[in-house]
Design a protein around this ligand. Structure first.
Ligand code: NAD
Length: 330
């Protein structure tokens, strides 16, 4: 019998990290989950605690990290990911994208593990090329409010390629476009949970700007499949994973109103600074190299996500921000 593979997942208690834990457990891996719970929550992974092939380290990846025993793979997903989060904790965001990945790559080098990093469509900034291919270098304002996230992720890619080139570490880079599904936080500032939360609380849906800006939403199981395939592939260049089915935010708000059967209206507020106007992945590379394309339609994915949000308690629905960021800010 072949030896059980061991994988470290940072950011494991978050939305995507927890789904990745589920997938790698289902694939028979020993999963070492790491998180400092700054934006994640144990509720997302508590169902795994009873398993022998699962362990959890409450640890800040931006500090020194150590894992005893062998390691075959590292997935670096730790990072505040929503605009609300990274605007509140900008320094932590920059640290986890720089010191955090440095620690992961150092560990990978010692353990001879393969590293996959969670990069993002945000590295393209407010794109001047549409749809965005991996060859596009982006249009980012380094000192704008979103710069802390975008530049952390761009640095993370650069550091990862440097370890690959100079130390021969096996690396993979996934550029994730907006992903949604169960375990997102209702009030993390991302448009999809924001709309569903407003609909469930009987509030009007807030659109920023005139709503003509576009997004394309990928259901979480599709993303996880793409990540799994990339990790197992021998491809070391960045790969976009996302759903190219583009929709304007205005039309999306109408879809949510229809889905939730509410009588709420759409109200308009000023567009935040540097908000990208168009966002749509070119997934030719993922199709060709990974034989991957998204399978879950927006209507199916939205229904599954809405069903999840309906299970939340009234307290959870009202919760505006249950994170005590102050305790993390030094
Ligand atoms: N969800 C998306 O649509 C999307 C899109 C592009 C990229 N990403 C990337 O995917 C990753 C996960 O995003 P998510 O949506 O699951 O966000 P999330 O906030 O739900 O999860 C991030 C997790 O990282 C943890 N974390 C943050 N800083 C840490 C640190 N210093 N040490 C240890 N743990 C830390 C948080 O506590 C949280 O559990 C992030 O790197 C994000 O940038 C997500």
């Amino acid at each position: 019998m072949s030896e059980q593979k061991r994988i470290l997942i940072t950011g494991a208690a978050g939305f995507l990290g927890s789904h990745l834990c589920d997938r790698f457990i289902a694939e028979g891996f020993h999963v070492i989950a790491m998180d400092n719970l700054i934006t994640g929550r144990l509720k997302n992974i508590e169902h795994l605690f009873k398993l022998e092939n699962f362990e959890f380290y409450n640890c800040d990846v931006s500090n020194f990290i150590h894992v005893p025993g062998k390691l075959d793979y590292i997935l670096h997903f730790a990072s505040p990911a929503s605009p609300i989060d990274y605007l509140k904790i900008p320094i932590q965001t920059l640290k986890v994208g720089s010191l955090g990945i440095h620690n992961c790559l150092g560990l990978a080098r010692v353990k001879k593990a393969r590293v996959l990093i969670a990069s993002t469509s945000e590295i393209y900034g407010d794109p001047l090329v549409h749809p965005q291919t991996e060859d596009y270098w982006g249009n980012v304002n380094p000192i704008g409010p979103r710069g802390v996230y975008d530049e952390a992720k761009r640095f993370q890619e650069a550091m990862t390629m440097a370890y690959h080139t100079f130390h021969g570490v096996e690396t993979r880079i996934v550029r994730i476009f907006n992903t949604y599904g169960p375990r997102m936080r209702l009030n993390d500032g991302r448009v999809l949970p924001a709309f569903i939360g407003q609909a469930l609380r009987g509030e009007d849906l807030t659109v920023f700007g005139d709503g003509s800006q576009t997004r394309s939403f990928c259901y979480v199981s599709d993303l996880v499949e793409g990540i799994y395939r990339l990790l197992m592939s021998d491809y070391d260049q960045p790969v976009n994973i996302g759903n190219p089915d583009e929709i304007s935010i205005k039309d999306f708000a109408e879809e949510i109103i229809k889905l939730t059967g509410t009588n709420q209206k759409v109200i308009y507020k000023e567009l935040p600074t540097n908000d990208p106007k168009r966002r749509k992945p070119d997934i030719t590379r993922a199709k060709e190299i990974l034989k991957w394309s998204p399978k879950v339609s927006r209507s199916e994915g939205l229904k599954l996500t809405y069903d999840y949000f309906k299970t939340l308690t009234p307290e959870e629905l009202r919760e505006v921000d249950h994170y005590n960021f102050d305790k993390y800010i030094k």
